[in-house]
Design a protein around this ligand. Sequence first.
Ligand SMILES: Nc1ncnc2c1ncn2[C@@H]1O[C@H](COP(=O)(O)OP(=O)(O)O)[C@@H](O)[C@H]1O
Ligand SMILES: [Mg+2]
Length: 252
Amino acid sequence: MIELRSLTKRYGSFTAVNAVDLDVPRGELFGFLGPNGAGKTTTLRMIAGILRPSSGSIRIANIDIAADPVAAKQKLGFIPDRPFIYEKLTGVEFLRFVAGLYGQSGDEVERRGRELLALFDLEEWRDELVESYSHGMRQKLIISSAFVHKPEVIVVDEPMVGLDPKAARTLKDLFREYTRRGHTIMMSTHTLEVAQTLCDRIAIIQRGVIRACGTMDDLRASAESGVSGLEDIFLRLTGEGLARELVEVLNA
Ligand SMILES: Nc1ncnc2c1ncn2[C@@H]1O[C@H](COP(=O)(O)OP(=O)(O)O)[C@@H](O)[C@H]1O
Ligand SMILES: [Mg+2]
């Protein structure tokens, strides 16, 4: 459902995403894991059609997004890391608005909107303006908006940041159920635990390059023996990647 071929993004002379090849089949919950600055957001923004690649190609549900961006975007829901949200709409109006962008309206959309708001404990707030929402409530509304038009593919950038434990749990259950029903989700995270417990397969990206990709078992096999947790694997595969970051933080 998501096919990346030699996907590359340069900012001036700096290569943020470097010849990434990736295939995410239908029904998979795919984790995109890497330290800060690895190129996760840049990759996801290119998949969502917000950022133009320097080179390479992207296909969503067999549609080349450069050739037919509107058709490709119809298949897609995107939850950005720093979402924009209209303050002067109520929760339920915002969901209607997003569904409308995808050409959907009517009973089905109303029902899905109600169900999503209930799922995230936003029922009581459905007719309140978004400007009165807390950070976590806004995030839950944004997440709901990616599901309201029932896209085949959802791309999510760091969805767990800022959610309380209950909402995080709801999100995990929703992602699992959505992929079980044959939809496809690609989510970035810098949290090893999230990737390890939630995702069917994981790609580890570092400095714009995919270092490893596969199931937890695959990743265990490609790391040296004697490691089992994703943290160990991550550290083995990325060399001193995280340790170097830690040193930078401590020295700052
Ligand atoms: N608009 C931009 N201009 C220049 N450099 C950028 C821009 N956006 C991101 N970068 C750089 O690209 C690299 C990857 O960033 P990003 O994709 O946001 O990483 P991640 O989401 O994995 O933390 C970082 O080094 C970042 O500083
Ligand atoms: Mg990011």
